[in-house]
Structures are given as C-alpha cells and as structure tokens.
Design a protein around this ligand. Structure first.
Ligand code: GA4
Length: 318
C-alpha cells in the first residue's frame, strides 16, 4: 500500500490496497431470537471478534429517519457543516482522523454520548424545527443501540457461563459511561481496532467494510441493510482475558457509491478499571494476560496513538 503524508482526495485512491480482498460470504450471522444466540456470539467473538445480528428489534423507521437526516446533513454546503466542527476531533470532521495526522477519505460527525444523550451542539442551528426532529431520532437511536449492545453483552456473559449477566454490560450502562456515536460518509477509513468495549454499526447498502482474520488475511464483508454489525473492542478483549478478539477493520470502497455508516461505540466510565473478569481469571489460574488500566488512561493513550497502532500491546503481560 502506498502511504502519503497528506493526500488529496484523488491521491487517496492510491491508498487502496493493491489487491482486492476476497468477499466473506460466511460472515457469522447471529439470530438474536434463537436459543443458540449466546453460543453463536461467543464462537464468533472468539474466532473473529465480529458478527452481524438479525432480529435485533430496532425499528426500521427509526433507522431510516436517522439515515435520511444524516444524508441531509452531509449534503449541506461545507460552510454549514463546518459550523459543527468542535474541539478534539468531535463534531464535524473532514479527512482528518484523530489528532495525530491520520487522514481518511471521509467526512464524519463524532458525538460524545453523556447521560444517555448524544452531544447536540452540531444540530442546534437553523432551521430549528428540523433540528428538533433530528435530535429526537438521534436520541432514540442511541438509546436503541445501547439496549442492543447491552443485550449482546448479556448473551456473551451467558455464553461464557458467567454468573452475572451484567458483568460486561454494566460498563456501558453507568451514568458516567463514556460512549460515542459516529456518522461516517466515505469511501475510506484506515485499519484500526476500536478501543471501547463494543461497537454496533449499520451502513447503507454499499460494500467497503473489511476485517482482518486471525491469519492476517483481509476479507470484505458483504453489505446487509437488515443487520447490525458488532465489533469486539480492545476493552472487551481484556475483560475476557483474551478469549474474545478485538477485530482489526477498515473501510475501502470502490468509490462508485458513497457509503454512510452509523456506529455506536459503547465505552466504560473514565474511572472504570479494566481487567479480566474474576470468573474468567480463575479459569485461567489467576493469570491475567493484561496489566489493568482505567478507561481514562487507555482512552488518553489511544487518542495519542496513530490509527493503525496496536494499542493493547503496551498492556500485555508476557
Ligand atoms: C477508532 C474508533 C472510533 O471511531 C474513535 C476513533 C478515534 C477518532 O476518530 O478520533 C481514534 C480511533 C478511534 C483510535 C485511535 C485514535 C482515536 C482516531 C485515532 C487516531 C472515535 C475512537 O474512540 O477511537
């Protein structure tokens, strides 16, 4: 892959890997309404750190309303979108990813979710009447994502035979939980893992999402508008003492059709201590594969790193 310091949109075509990666028709699909869901989620999280869920119970009309609002937002003139730029890579962003020189071929809206409410500033502008509805959709959508993520985390706990179903889900349900919501409009976003516990993503019917398998090979995930895609994040890899795998992923579209995705990142409260769950640690004879960290420390380290870095490496015990 050719890497350019500060590519123009045309040059970003060069960032595409030279060989197209094979499609992955066997993307693990978990039907949340079946009794096998817990087992299927555990096996997909172990092998891939990635799966899609059907029968998720999220209202189709809510999804399409928010998607339409997002399309409308990205269609605004740049000068309007730029009014939504906030400090520290929040709000509206274009091409710059994070704070350390990473670039992607995308524009985005990145919102912090505090006390169940996504940060609203970018939407609080004229015309206020339409902003009002966007805010409502956004609020309900984020709540639906949190509920879905919590359900999936509970099934993970069931599947791992944990006594408490909320052992993982509790982290994203505390008042101070540090979660994000992101709208991406792109052809491209470089490879990375998500630092949080879990990410729940939905995208328009366009290809481009690729994941890295255990053997290091990349595969392309066929789009599916009716499913949500779930990523295991770095923090969940630690909570499971390495049983689950934080999935390395990227977006590389052909550029023919624009891709819009909506992603919820469920993160713990800043002061939460992230270390393997006691029961799993006991199964592993008390040997933790990771040095404990607080989410505040890990997040600070992540935001000081480059997108493609292996952030967990610094916390691995040998
Ligand atoms: C990846 C997951 C989320 O999109 C994100 C990203 C964040 C950003 O875009 O500002 C980061 C990236 C993400 C990981 C490393 C750091 C931080 C860009 C970057 C170079 C919002 C997040 O939490 O971490």
């Amino acid at each position: 892959m050719v890497v350019l310091a500060n590519p123009s949109p045309d040059e970003i075509f060069l960032l595409k890997p030279s060989k197209p990666c094979p499609s992955f028709p066997d993307t693990p699909a978990v039907d949340l309404s079946t009794p096998a869901a817990a087992r299927d989620i555990v096996s997909a999280s172990t092998e891939f750190g990635f799966f899609k869920v059907t029968n998720h119970g999220v209202s189709k009309s809510l999804i399409s309303k928010l998607e339409a609002a997002a399309v409308e937002f990205f269609a605004l003139p740049d000068v309007e979108k730029e009014k939504a730029v906030l400090a520290n890579s929040f709000g509206y962003g274009n091409r710059e990813i994070g704070r350390n020189g990473d670039v992607g071929w995308l524009e985005y809206l990145l919102l912090e979710v505090a006390d169940n409410s996504p940060m609203l500033l970018p939407f609080l502008k004229e015309p206020l009447h339409s902003s009002f509805w966007y805010i409502c959709y956004l609020h309900h959508y984020v709540l639906a994502m949190k509920k879905l993520a919590t359900g999936v985390l509970e099934l993970m706990a069931d599947g791992l035979g944990m006594e408490r179903r909320n052992v993982f889900g509790k982290y994203i349900n505390e008042e101070k939980s540090d979660s994000f919501f992101r709208l991406n409009h792109y052809p491209g976003f470089g490879e990375h893992t998500d630092p949080q516990i879990i990410s729940v993503m939905r995208s328009t019917n366009s290809d481009g999402l690729e994941i890295s398998l255990r053997d290091g090979n990349w595969v392309s995930i066929p789009p599916d508008r009716d499913s949500f895609f779930v990523n295991v994040g770095d923090s969940l890899q630690v909570l499971t003492n390495g049983r689950f795998r934080s999935v390395r992923h990227r977006v590389v579209t052909t550029g023919v059709r624009s891709r819009l995705s909506m992603i919820y990142f469920g993160g713990p409260p800043p002061c939460a201590r992230i270390s393997p769950a006691d029961e799993l640690l006991a199964e592993d004879q008390g040997r933790s594969r990771y040095t404990e960290f607080t989410w505040a420390d890990y997040k600070a380290a992540a935001f000081n790193s480059r997108l493609a870095d292996n952030r967990l490496r610094h916390f691995e015990n040998h």
